[in-house]
Design a protein around this ligand. Structure first.
Ligand SMILES: Cc1cc2nc3c(=O)[nH]c(=O)nc-3n(C[C@H](O)[C@H](O)[C@H](O)COP(=O)(O)OP(=O)(O)OC[C@H]3O[C@@H](n4cnc5c(N)ncnc54)[C@H](O)[C@@H]3O)c2cc1C
Length: 462
């Protein structure tokens, strides 16, 4: 039986939003699932279960599904709701019923807590503005302790209390401690079960009826891009078998993809980064590829989470470093070679066939390779009247069309491409100043861009 005092002791992975002892009259532990949408390898759910077992109380999971998630479109909701039945089954197998209700998440949880009177409430962590707003609002409304577990990073975000300058500044700090966190996750079961008649009612966990009742429209669904933990594990297995051997040398080649293609599953919490890291470390090399994947998955991803957690302007041009803002301001009046309207850009009808193909790939399939994302965003700087317009349009299209959009990695990627975030000054040139530039000629020669453009044309026709 877990020791309650040990569970409640200070822990870098746990943020206490409402302190105190569990309510002795409480009837259960509530786990509010928000970002970590999975029933296994979930450190937040595990914490709730361990608390329930120590308190000899049952655990109830709740998910509040809002139709007003900023920027989310029909394709994102489809990805999310399709995974819910599987998550429900995984939680039930661990003795934790899942209740899904429609509404603003913190309000859904508050109402449910008024119905079941928990002893303590546990959630996961989400650094983006809306995630923080919901957590703060719930902490203010609750009368029992409320704790958030940083379940979607390998190294807890709290270990880096200041904004890091670049990957090179956080890398040694991460490497110094990551062995402490790269350990298998156990999946304990709840010891005390629920009497079925006492489980609060919720919406049927049926994807189509959830989507219908949410009444979501916007950017449409995409084929062949399923969400969920089983799909994430299938992708992980494919990566280890076929792609890991060439990841170090070919990860930057957009045709064919040799990466995990797990960013959307990570975004929705369908898989833990720890699950991916441990599987890759246990795989049969090569070492350079294993190291390269851990660099992207842990160092690059967690420096992005650090940026979003520590810089309130992460989603604005002002969030970029001073040197980047200054050089862009110095070149604000430089003549642009061409200015395209937002409509021409959205339709992928510019004079650049490589850019058009990547835009269309994103619109049609919800994905774009990292290497082309860099080129795609930098061209938007070149073709916009000013850097702020470019930043906002890049982020807006990234977030609406990419399945993994609205993620710390996206805010960081856009700030990197347009404003030099986590980068350094390069040679001075028009429009970009000292922000790193990518040309059509050099980008198209780095891979089979002709084959790529043809594939996207065929996709468009199909
Ligand atoms: C302009 C621009 C916009 C971007 N928008 C997003 C976005 O909206 N959402 C998103 O998740 N990523 C974004 N990225 C980062 C990167 O392109 C994607 O994470 C990557 O392409 C996802 O593919 P993968 O899962 O196959 O990556 P893999 O190469 O298999 O890497 C494994 C994981 O490591 C992390 N990772 C990989 N590359 C990066 C990187 N450059 N920065 C931070 N983490 C990384 C991701 O979580 C990824 O899933 C953006 C990059 C740029 C330049």
């Amino acid at each position: 039986m877990p020791d309650l005092a040990a569970l409640l002791a200070p822990n870098p992975r746990i943020r206490v939003l409402r302190d105190g002892s569990p309510d002795p009259d409480g009837t259960c532990v509530v786990y509010w699932m928000q970002r970590a949408q999975r029933g296994t390898d979930n450190l937040a759910l595990n914490h709730a279960i361990k608390l329930g077992n120590a308190l000899k109380l049952p655990v109830l999971a709740v998910f509040g599904l809002t139709a007003a998630y900023p920027g989310a479109q029909r394709r994102h909701y489809r990805f999310l709701v399709d995974a819910l039945p599987e998550t429900q089954q995984a939680m039930e197998a661990r003795g934790v019923p899942l209740v899904v209700r429609l509404g603003t998440p913190n309000e859904v949880v508050e109402k449910l807590c008024n119905e079941v009177r928990p002893a303590i409430v546990v959630s996961d962590e989400n650094p983006i503005h809306v995630g923080q707003k919901w957590r703060t609002a719930l902490a203010e409304a609750l009368k029992v302790p409320f704790r958030c577990v940083d379940a979607d990073v390998v190294v807890p975000t709290s270990l880096f209390p200041k904004e890091e300058f670049a990957a090179r500044t956080i890398r040694p700090k991460i490497h110094r401690v990551w062995h402490e966190y790269l350990k298998p996750i156990t999946n304990p079961k709840a010891v005390v079960g629920w009497e079925p008649s006492k489980i609060p009612t919720g919406h049927a966990i049926e994807p189509d009826s959830l989507l219908e009742d949410l009444n979501i429209h916007g950017v449409g669904e995409v084929a062949n891009y399923p969400g969920g933990t089983a799909e994430a594990l299938r992708r992980l297995e494919r990566f280890i078998k076929y792609r890991l051997p060439v990841y170090a040398t070919e990860r930057n080649e957009p045709e064919p993809y040799n990466t995990t293609e797990l960013s959307a599953h990570l975004h929705f919490g369908h898989i833990s980064p720890l699950t991916i890291a441990l599987a890759v470390m246990e795989a049969n090399g090569p070492k350079e590829s294993q190291d390269s994947l851990l660099e992207e998955l842990i160092v690059r991803r967690e420096v992005a989470i650090n940026f979003v957690s520590r810089n309130p302007n992460y989603d604005k041009l002002q969030g970029c470093p001073d040197w980047g803002l200054k050089t862009l301001a110095k070149h604000a009046d430089d003549r642009r070679p061409v200015l395209y309207s937002a409509q021409t850009l959205e339709a992928g009808e510019t004079g650049d066939p490589l850019w058009n193909a990547s835009q269309k790939e994103m619109v049609l399939t919800g994905r774009m390779h990292n290497y082309l994302r860099m080129y795609w965003a930098k061209k938007l700087l070149e073709w916009s009247p000013d850097a702020e317009t470019a930043f906002n349009l890049t982020l807006d299209m990234n977030d609406r069309y990419e399945m993994d959009g609205r993620d710390p990695n996206g805010y960081t990627g856009v700030a990197w491409a347009i404003g030099g975030k986590h980068d350094r000054p390069w040679g001075e040139r028009p429009i970009f100043g000292t922000i790193r530039f990518m040309s059509y000629e050099s980008t198209r020669k780095k891979f089979d861009s002709k084959g790529y453009i043809k594939r996207i044309k065929d996709l468009e026709k199909s």
